[in-house]
Write a protein that binds this ligand. Structure first.
Ligand SMILES: [Zn+2]
Length: 140
């Protein structure tokens, strides 16, 4: 794929991830992620509690519950239950991944990360770069 086309596709997928993020019932922050391989969306995720738990992310004090999964973690673990896999895939995330998700991204064999919103902590991005993963930041 040429660069212009890749860039156009990257923007479109990121836009889709933003739409997907709206599924999140979290009040503080809504994040979406899509895993794309061979031009196909093979998984998706948004931040939320594990399957079967109440659809509430924050406790009475507005603090995010410790068992809330991040969008990236949801998208990657969803693949663990499917017949597909993320080896060599690209993940589109509406926000910069944290270090915990960066570890999952590395171990899932994902080769490219496209994200759309910077975060004050950059340790996740640094870890991805250290692992030789291509990281692309796209402004809205
Ligand atoms: Zn995370």
């Amino acid at each position: 794929m040429n660069n212009d086309k890749q860039c156009k596709f990257d923007r479109r997928y990121l836009e889709m991830a933003r739409i997907w993020a709206k599924n999140s019932y979290c009040q503080r922050r809504q994040v979406g992620a899509l895993v794309v391989k061979n031009n196909m969306i093979i998984s998706d995720g948004y931040n939320g509690t594990p399957s079967g738990f109440e659809n509430v992310c924050e406790d009475d004090n507005g603090i995010t519950k410790p068992y809330v999964l991040h969008a990236e973690a949801n998208a990657i673990t969803k693949l663990a239950r499917s017949s597909n896999n993320s080896d060599g895939a690209t993940i589109y995330i509406t926000a910069s991944p944290c270090i915990e998700c960066a570890k999952l991204i590395i171990q899932a064999g994902i080769k490219r990360v496209v994200y759309g919103e910077k975060y004050r902590l950059t340790d996740g991005i640094e870890l991805l770069e250290r692992a030789g993963i291509e990281v692309v930041y796209l402004e809205v």
